[in-house]
Ligand binder design. Structure first.
Ligand code: FNR
Length: 391
């Protein structure tokens, strides 16, 4: 039994270490990296770490609850799984397993356009409606098709990601020649061969490429043409008119993701967003941008009363979730923490990640004198933390 198995896994860092051992290098690297110098990737977590809680006593904290709602859906804690590409390469059938873990825990799962398992695959294996994340591509009939597939699968929200008109450069992905399935180079074969558990499980599933796309678009049948297609297809001309168009053809909840600027937030609301996600894509896009937590209070001040504000980028613990909520987010998304859980132990690893975060939130609430997550505000933070992120 691995030293880091189950009971010995007490924090997200343990899951990361185990994932690093079990996931082939190119896919582990794809997760644990940011754009260029990774300055923004680091700032996301550093700035969260620099916020301080206020210890309070004598408040009877015997009963505590994290029950809340996100986009009108009941949740056991205000945390959802962020859309992440290629989760099905961290662990075979990864998106299905992560969606199931989220459903069992009672929180939302977001499926990425760039997933391995398709919208239909996830719908078939879950009963709680999930959220679908869309990237705007030039092929508008394919966009319409994807949106109608999401509707058909009863997705309860569409999350349009706006911060990727071009892809940020992540050095490791280029050096590793990232693709799905991996190209059979000597380097790749060597890094995969030393992960027999991953290989065996991967042989047991037929889900190996971008199943939302391959087979649904003429001319895209393998990943070589796929890479070229994405390069050609991501729409650099994306503007507010396109958001208006999507608002017209999707009548469910619309979430706009990748908002860092209060003026953009205002536009997002004017163009019909029900919610927005303050996010710098986990530091994977504009390196040199401020941390997402530093951007949050300004966005909350600008549109907090008009739209639900979600937050992501940099969360590594339940304490980080509480800090974002204290600064005005209604809920948070997590990317890497659940991917590490998935890579480490599949569905059980995602469940473990969620338990860890829930418990960290629970104990911290008690020590801050907070009974009900719905009453959280800046008062749980020291003023030092507050002034750092003054709105
Ligand atoms: C992402 N993210 C992302 N976002 C999106 O809208 N569509 C996508 O396909 C992806 N793919 C993706 C892959 C990987 C490996 C990561 C780590 C992230 C961004 C994601 O939704 C979220 O914004 C960040 O992951 C949040 O930061 P943390 O929680 O990873 O620090």
């Amino acid at each position: 039994m691995n030293r880091l198995h189950h009971g010995n896994i007490t924090c997200i860092e343990d899951l990361r270490k185990l994932a690093k051992k079990r996931v082939p290098k190119m896919f582990y690297d794809y997760v644990d990296s940011g754009a260029w110098t990774e300055t923004t990737y680091r700032a996301n977590s550093d700035d969260l770490a620099n916020i301080r809680f206020k210890q309070r006593i004598g408040r009877n904290v015997e009963t505590r609850t994290q029950r809340s709602s996100l986009l009108g859906e009941e949740v056991t804690m205000p945390v959802g799984l962020a859309p992440t590409g290629l989760a099905g390469m961290q662990y075979p059938d990864g998106e299905i397993l992560a969606a199931r873990a989220a459903e069992r825990f009672g929180i939302p799962f977001t499926l990425s356009t760039m997933s391995v398992c398709s919208i239909e695959d996830v719908a078939e294996h879950t009963s709680r409606p999930f959220w679908f994340q869309l990237y705007l591509m030039k092929d508008r009939s394919f966009m319409e098709q994807l949106i109608s597939r999401a509707r058909q699968a009863k997705c309860s929200a569409l999350m349009l990601t706006l911060d990727l008109p071009v892809q940020g450069q992540r050095h490791k992905d280029i050096k590793n020649g990232l693709s799905a399935p991996p190209k059979p180079t000597i380097q790749n074969i060597a890094s995969i061969a030393i992960r027999p558990r991953w290989c065996l499980n991967m042989l047991r599933t037929k889900r190996h490429s971008f199943r939302n796309i391959v087979g649904h678009v003429a001319g895209v049948s393998d990943t070589t043409s796929m890479a070229r297609w994405v390069d050609e297809q991501f729409d650099q001309r994306m503007s507010w008119d396109d958001i208006k168009w999507i608002r017209q053809i999707w009548d469910g909840k619309l979430v706009l993701k990748g908002i860092m600027d209060p003026d953009d937030a205002q536009m997002a609301v004017e163009y019909g967003a029900d919610a927005l996600v303050v996010s710098n894509h986990g530091g994977r896009q504009l390196d040199g941008a401020i941390s997402s937590i530093a951007a949050l209070p300004r966005v909350v001040r600008a549109v907090g009363k008009q739209a639900e504000i979600l937050f992501d980028s940099g969360i590594q613990s339940g304490q980080d979730v509480l800090k974002a909520l204290a600064l005005g987010a209604k809920g948070t998304l997590i990317g890497r923490p659940f991917l590490y859980g998935l890579g480490a132990m599949g569905e059980a690893g995602v469940a473990r990640c969620l338990e860890i975060i829930h418990k960290e939130m629970d104990l911290t609430m008690a020590l801050c004198g907070l009974n009900d997550i719905q009453n959280i505000d800046r008062d749980i933070l020291e003023s030092q933390g507050r002034s750092m992120f003054a709105s």
